[in-house]
Design a binder for this molecule. Structure first.
Ligand SMILES: C[S@@+](CC[C@H](N)C(=O)[O-])C[C@H]1O[C@@H](n2cnc3c(N)ncnc32)[C@H](O)[C@@H]1O
Length: 197
């Protein structure tokens, strides 16, 4: 694993839990009405999204670079009584298998570019025909993420990576929520694409 993995492990090890334990708001908004199938949770962190998906009948594979995060995520899945295939992998170095998933969800998977565009194309390639790619990120206009501007991306940038895909949602949404232990005004870029044929 890369030094990034060590950095993420160190970040997660700072506290008993880093994220809220709740599924991401835009995942819930976009996926609640979908028919469950196979799902890949990209950079699953402490596993709240993966658990939420599994509780709704999705067959979930959840991947993260951080062993510390994955250990926590496994504990949450076990406490919730759901089966999830957790994998420790670097999804930049080793893209997921092509065409395998009805849903690929990347929530706050912030990378510099390169390798962001190439990594996101790899995530799109993992979507089965008729399936969906959901990408949610802190929007460049938001205060959150300003420390790493090179890791922020626009909704147009994501849409442009997938010519010919159906754009189901491409929106900028504001919300107030807990972020790193503080109530914060957040701005999400939300892109949901459908791979036709
Ligand atoms: C900002 S956190 C978001 C976690 C989770 N998706 C959420 O919304 O709560 C980004 C996650 O991506 C993981 N990550 C970063 N680079 C990765 C890579 N190359 N391959 C797999 N996971 C990665 C990190 O370990 C971290 O858990």
């Amino acid at each position: 694993m890369t030094s990034d993995a060590a950095d993420w492990d160190a970040m997660y090890a700072e506290r008993g839990s880093i994220w809220s334990g709740e599924p991401n708001a835009q995942l819930v908004a976009e996926v609640t009405t979908m028919t469950p199938g196979t799902a890949l949770d990209v950079g699953c962190g402490e596993g709240a999204d993966a658990v939420w998906l599994a509780q709704r009948g999705w067959d979930v594979t959840a991947v993260d670079l951080s062993g510390v995060a994955l250990e926590r995520a496994r504990g949450h899945a076990s406490a919730a009584g759901v089966e999830i295939a957790f994998e420790r992998a670097d999804l930049v170095a080793a893209p997921p298998p092509p065409g395998g998933y009805d849903l690929v969800s990347a929530q706050f998977f912030h990378l510099p570019d390169p390798p962001r565009s190439q990594a996101y194309r790899g995530l799109g390639a993992a979507v089965a025909p008729g399936g969906h790619l959901l990408v949610v990120g802190h929007y460049p206009s938001a205060h959150i993420g300003k420390d790493h501007p090179e890791r922020l991306f626009t909704i147009d940038e994501v849409v442009a990576l997938f010519p010919g895909w159906q754009v189901v949602t491409a929106e900028i949404r504001e919300r107030t929520a807990m972020h790193h232990g503080e109530l914060s005004d957040l701005v999400d870029g939300v892109v949901l694409l459908r791979r036709d044929g």
